[in-house]
Design a protein around this ligand. Sequence first.
Ligand code: HEC
Length: 138
Amino acid sequence: MRYHDTIKRLAAAGVAALALGAAPAGADEFTKADLEKWRKEFMAVVAEGEKLFHSGKLGGNSVSCDMCHPNGANTHPETYPKFQKQLGQVATLRQMINWCIENPLEGKPLPLDDPRMIALEAYITYERRGVPLEPGKH
Ligand code: HEC
């Protein structure tokens, strides 16, 4: 009967999955050297973001982010996405970074996947590491 065949096939698949689960998960393996490399790559991007944040090079009037947000203060990355009244919609951190680039800094918005945007997000978020996520919070 078809029904029984299906059950048998599912059962066999389950046993196979268990057997695979018991074996080392080859695809997910990584070494200490990998972890060290990835951490270095990440921290290099954070450092780039920190440099940009203090640079005065993101806008058109040489104002820098740290003039209003010293050390990333009052950026609240853990509250995104949330409704932002400046934008009139639920927005991401990157959209709010662009709002500051366009308004206080009188510059052109960055593409959302621009390496400088990713670096700014990495720096701002790293400064708030350990703070619980509270999307939508005001
Ligand atoms: C002249 C002052 C000024 C400068 C310079 C400035 N900002 Fe802002 N920033 C503000 C104000 C005002 C707000 C709106 C506060 C609010 O209502 O959330 C804000 C909000 C933000 C927020 C959201 C904060 C929150 O609580 O949701 C982020 C993120 C942010 N700024 C990043 C930046 C970055 C990155 C730069 C540099 C590219 C920058 N800002 C430059 C004044 C400034």
